[in-house]
Write a new protein. Sequence first.
Length: 287
Amino acid sequence: MSTLIERTGTADGYRARRTLPLRVELVRQLKRRRTLVMGIVLAALPFVLLVAFAIGGEPGGRNNQVTLMDTATASGANFAAVNLFVSAGFLLVIPVALFCGDTVASEASWSSLRYLLAAPVPRARLLWSKLTVALGLSLAAMVLLPVVALAVGTAAYGWGPLEIPTGGALSAGTAAQRLLAVIAYIFVSQLVTAGLAFWLSTKTDAPLGAVGGAVGLTIVGNVLDAVTALGHWRDFLPAHWQFAWADAVQPTPEWGGMIQGTAISVTYAFVLFALAFRGFRRKDIVS
């Protein structure tokens, strides 16, 4: 065997692609308390809104203008859409930043990162495994919220068409398909936050710094998008397109905004993920 190691540089039977399997990493992340807490928070939001509507009474339009919020109690589909609307701007940013920002930095803070690499787990393999699981958990979080909201809303307000504030309605089947497209778009739009968090996670040994930094930069993007003086420069901000999914829940859907938002988000995310892999490959691991 020693001759084989000297000739190939690896032990007999060693396969880099078999190190740190996704199943092992997924189980590790699912067992963590923060995963359970985040799941409980997201699942609890529909119940909080249900109680709020029960206390506040039936929502109604102001100044003869009806908004999506005003149709929340029309059906389970409307209730699910409202839950996505109120959470897409900030609440859904938290699980993405948490799962992607905590993944590498937490290993460094526990001083276990160098032991993983000494296993040996190739650096690229370690990042791919952790990133895949982090994105999978982020997607699961975005699916969990509307699924619970749809179940809670259907139980409270009944199963029916999705009423559109501007007039008209989508059948329950069509509404379900459109909501799936909305969830997919929200996930893609959050890839920028995922990229920021993951990149910062490879740069610091403090998980809170990576998570907080990603959330903070996302908030800065939202603030800049509110500055109308920037004009067309806002089109290059991912935050500018975060609610483009509203065009998908119309009688005749418009996909132009979602396509532009997807292109912007994927471009930023690709650059950030590339920076994370490039920087981690050259980083001195001391923790």
